[in-house]
Design a protein around this ligand. Structure first.
Ligand code: HEC
Ligand code: HEC
Ligand code: HEC
Ligand code: HEC
Ligand code: HEC
Ligand code: HEC
Ligand code: HEC
Ligand code: HEC
Length: 507
């Protein structure tokens, strides 16, 4: 396995993140070697302090010590002080114990990606620009109103933020993180040093293992439940079944873990979204291999634009793409991954185990479900909701009308489940938990609620009919709703029934 050196973008970004020119230069020299990990030199003083920490903690916290001892850090002398060293006066740094001469020691309990970047710059650069790092920035969302206002802040702290990450606040008097905001190993935690995310969201402390991060349950801490059931979908898929049946053959402890070479039984979440293939390196930018966004009310395909300052953003298909060298969002465009490029990155993984027809057939079935959801259900409802708001039937505020909850559940829960199910081979989520519920709730909740709302407001039921005629009727798939199920369709079913169960079987 060969490693590609960090691209120019990563390097500039890390100089900014680390903020220390001298160190950045040293690390960069090392980085040009063909290695993923770089080690800044350790001073004698730091080595001595590290030993003090270890000696006491071996006795005081044997469980923690034992996990560290089993990690790949211990044999390389990456000790407690190597990660927890703090500079007096820095945010989140507290005095903790003394050295042999009685001089106070300063540590940071929080160990942010900035600390890991001293040795793992490539991983951190990829992670910092990804959606994962930005997962804590959920203030400007409908979900957040749902959490903060309709639920309550206590549920946001112990709920949303344990997955998304929140802003870690430091108590001025004690210098320690406040108990409302800590502990938190959410994926996009905002750290006191300004860096984003938490590496132990996937690499649990103090083992910091790749093997553990490769298991589906690692991702399943967050990627599960009614609105993004990736873990359940995976468990239902052939891939999940074969993973569990053959977990002993998965070679999870292997140093390099190349799909089809180091293991072949099944892919895990990491295999498809992060791990290496024969021709692709590991990525900590989990967006690199996906072509759609399946999260919003209406899905779009996304191109990815990378900038010289180390950041990146998604640009929906159909909107004008900048060119390499253009200045956007205050920085120069260095790379563009079209949605097709991103899809190629993913199919490159599949080719370790499949031929092209299974892969292209899978994507055809997946795209068709997303388009069905978008075109038949999401677009007409979204357009109607807008018109209801424009005409004053519903207020601009979210969630103060029942119909807004109905639409929310259609796209945020049921519609996502259908899309995610089709993306990752979970037929029950595509249909029973997915399109089945989307359809039922469109026809037998959303439409009746819309009618009733219009009737209650001004009795103008003609307006409700007009909305349906304008947005739903032209779509062929809704024909049965307006004109009844066709004689042909019923006849076909009757024949099928009679072939199987005998004459007169369909009542
Ligand atoms: C003489 C023993 C001793 C020494 C030396 C020592 N520690 Fe500790 N440390 C402890 C004990 C005991 C605790 C748990 C105390 C508590 O949280 O109430 C602790 C807690 C911690 C915590 C968690 C603090 C928190 O607020 O949650 C960290 C991190 C830590 N030590 C790191 C270090 C590092 C790094 C060093 C070396 C610079 C070190 N320790 C040296 C005994 C020691
Ligand atoms: C590779 C970096 C690394 C090393 C080495 C390391 N830690 Fe940590 N430690 C972390 C991270 C990351 C956390 C979690 C805090 C966070 O999420 O920012 C943590 C948390 C802790 C905590 C608080 C956790 C708890 O559950 O109470 C203690 C105590 C601690 N470390 C002590 C130590 C001691 C003692 C050693 C040496 C045996 C050590 N650490 C070595 C990275 C490290
Ligand atoms: C169990 C962990 C978990 C909890 C709890 C959780 N989320 Fe999420 N959330 C996720 C995951 C995982 C995704 C990404 C889903 C996907 O890509 O399919 C997500 C997606 C989102 C998005 C969409 C982000 C985007 O870029 O489109 C928002 C906004 C959001 N969540 C806000 C919240 C809020 C606010 C709360 C609490 C009221 C909350 N979430 C609770 C795990 C969680
Ligand atoms: C979303 C989960 C996730 C997060 C968050 C995450 N990692 Fe990883 N990491 C993985 C997986 C999975 C692997 C194993 C890849 C493979 O199969 O070899 C890995 C592997 C690694 C490796 C070993 C790479 C190699 O070349 O063998 C390092 C180092 C690493 N991660 C550092 C980090 C650092 C530093 C952070 C925080 C900035 C971080 N990771 C955050 C999932 C994660
Ligand atoms: C002082 C340097 C240094 C720091 C700081 C550091 N690491 Fe490491 N890390 C290493 C070295 C060295 C290895 C072993 C590399 C090898 O064996 O090839 C390693 C290995 C790893 C691996 C791969 C483990 C495996 O199972 O293969 C992960 C994951 C990892 N580190 C995560 C982290 C995280 C997360 C942080 C910050 C919380 C961190 N490291 C901080 C030096 C460091
Ligand atoms: C066989 C490969 C494969 C496996 C295994 C897999 N995924 Fe996926 N995943 C995909 C594909 C393909 C897509 C859709 C890609 C696209 O948009 O082009 C996807 C999409 C996603 C998305 C984006 C959803 C959105 O809302 O936009 C998330 C999040 C995700 N997967 C998480 C996971 C998690 C967590 C697991 C494990 C529990 C997992 N995946 C297992 C292939 C896989
Ligand atoms: C601690 C919670 C957490 C864990 C663990 C986690 N994720 Fe995520 N993931 C999220 C959240 C939250 C988002 C949505 C972030 C956003 O867009 O704001 C997300 C988004 C994603 C996306 C969509 C990226 C994009 O560019 O749109 C993929 C793919 C993904 N995760 C895969 C994984 C995989 C694979 C793992 C395990 C190796 C994993 N995640 C582990 C919380 C988590
Ligand atoms: C590590 C090997 C491996 C990787 C990588 C992998 N798969 Fe699979 N996949 C399998 C195995 C094994 C099966 C089970 C075949 C069976 O049912 O007999 C399977 C089954 C499937 C099926 C069901 C096929 C059927 O005949 O029912 C689909 C669809 C599929 N994979 C798509 C994908 C896609 C798309 C990717 C890439 C995003 C992918 N797979 C990546 C090993 C893999």
């Amino acid at each position: 396995m060969t490693w590609s050196p960090p691209v120019e973008t990563d390097v500039k970004f890390l100089k900014k993140l680390l903020g220390c020119a001298a160190f950045a230069t040293a690390a960069l020299t090392l980085a040009s070697a063909d290695a993923a990990t770089t080690m800044p030199p350790k001073s004698k003083e730091d080595a001595a302090i590290g030993k003090i920490c270890l000696d006491c903690h071996q006795k005081e916290s044997p469980g923690l010590f034992s996990e560290w001892k089993k990690s790949s850090h211990a044999p390389k002398d990456v000790d407690c002080y190597g990660c927890h060293k703090g500079k007096e006066g820095d945010k989140g740094v507290v005095q903790h114990e003394k050295d042999k001469a009685g001089k106070p020691l300063f540590i940071s309990v929080i160990v942010s990606p900035k600390t890991c970047a001293q040795c793992h710059e490539k991983e951190v650069a990829q992670q910092q620009r990804s959606h994962h790092a930005k997962g804590g920035q959920i203030l400007a969302s409908l979900d957040n109103i749902m959490g903060e206002v309709i639920g309550g802040p206590a549920a946001v702290n112990a709920g949303c933020r344990q997955c998304h990450g929140g802003t870690v606040m430091i108590d001025k008097a004690s210098g320690e993180a406040t108990p409302e905001t800590w502990p938190d190993t959410g994926i996009g935690r905002v750290n006191p040093d300004g860096s984003l995310g938490s590496c132990s969201a996937c690499h649990a402390r103090h083992r910091f293992s790749s093997a553990q991060a490769r298991t589906p349950d690692t991702c399943g801490k967050c990627h599960l439940g009614p609105d993004h059931p990736q873990l359940e979908i995976y468990n239902e898929s052939k891939h999940g079944i074969l993973y569990r049946a053959n977990v002993n053959e998965m070679n999870l402890q292997s140093k390099k873990w190349v799909a089809g070479v180091d293991y072949s039984a099944a892919p895990t979440c990491a295999t498809c979204h992060m791990s290496a293939t024969r021709t692709q390196g590991i990525t900590h930018d989990v967006g690199e291999r996906i072509s759609w966004t399946l999260r919003p009310p209406i899905s779009t395909k996304l191109n990815m634009v990378r900038l010289a300052n180390g950041d990146e953003f998604d640009q929906p298909e159909g909107t004008p793409l900048p060119k390499i060298g253009d200045t956007v969002k205050g920085s120069k465009v260095t790379q563009i991954l079209t949605w097709e490029d991103r899809r190629k990155n993913m199919t490159n993984v599949c080719f370790a185990c499949h031929g092209s027809n299974v892969i292209s057939g899978h994507y055809k079935q997946f795209d068709d479900v997303v388009n069905l959801y978008n075109d038949k259900f999401a677009k007409p409802i979204a357009a109607s909701m807008k018109e209801l708001q424009d005409k004053g039937y519903i207020t601009a505020a979210p969630f103060d009308e029942k119909i807004e909850w109905t639409w929310w559940e259609i796209w945020h829960h049921e519609g996502r489940r259908a899309r995610h199910g089709a993306a990752m081979s979970g037929p029950d989520y595509t249909w029973w938990h997915g399109i089945y519920e989307v359809a039922q709730h469109t026809y037998f909740k959303w439409i009746p609620e819309m009618r009733e709302m219009v009737r209650k407001k001004d009795g103008n039921e003609k307006f409700a009919d007009e909305l349906l005629a304008k947005y739903f009727k032209p779509i062929e798939g809704h024909d049965w709703y307006f004109n009844g199920i066709s004689k042909d369709a019923i006849e076909k079913v009757r024949k099928g029934f009679e072939e199987r169960y005998g004459k007169g079987a369909l009542k």
